[in-house]
Design a protein around this ligand. Structure first.
Ligand code: SF4
Length: 177
């Protein structure tokens, strides 16, 4: 699907952000977790001046490995009881450095399938220009996700997973936690 086709599909669904902040406030265990790649963590760290361990943590889902260990893929943004660690006074304090997921919410591309998460902004009129901008972001996000998947596969093929340990893997390597 090219950018123009995607933009037309987005316009058909319609979306305009109402700035309600609901997508940044999710606090249930599996609600609105924002997965971040190493590159996104780096950008957020440089942009906000914060150390990554202040805002990112291993993704909570994991696979069991030999010897009672576990394997976690990637990291996600940490959350406080109020929502995302960067959400304050109903605004994103890391807005210029926010991850792809935030830039493209509530949409995502799974291959060529366009999916939309529940959001009050859906169904609202969208200009051609904003649909094209969003389509471009979605395509770039898919490209970045595919590159990260390849990098993770390369790490997994070249590194031995230590038995009985909890490890997190991303496109830059493996870390025992
Ligand atoms: S990084 Fe910003 S836009 Fe993304 S969930 Fe956190 S507060 Fe919201």
């Amino acid at each position: 699907m090219n950018k123009d086709e995607l933009a037309e599909r987005l316009r058909g669904i319609g979306f305009s952000c109402t700035r309600c902040g609901a997508c940044c406030r999710g606090t249930d265990a599996d609600e609105n977790l924002v997965m971040v790649t190493p590159g996104e963590i780096e950008l957020l760290g440089e942009g906000t001046g914060q150390s990554p361990d202040r805002f990112a943590e291993p993704y909570p889902e994991s696979l069991a490995t030999d010897g009672g260990g576990s394997l976690t893929f990637e990291h996600c943004l940490s959350r406080t009881p109020a929502g995302c660690v960067f959400f304050s006074q109903n605004t994103c304090t890391a807005y210029p450095y926010r991850p792809w997921i935030c830039r493209t919410y509530p949409f995502m591309l799974d291959g060529d399938e366009l999916a939309a998460f529940p959001c009050d902004g859906l169904g609202r009129e969208m200009t051609r220009e904003s649909a094209r901008d969003l389509a471009l972001l979605l395509l770039r996000r898919r490209e970045a996700e595919q590159a990260e998947e390849k990098a993770v596969a390369l790490v997994l093929s070249s590194v031995r997973i230590p038995e009985g340990r909890r490890v997190v893997v991303d496109g830059r390597g493996i870390r025992v936690i």
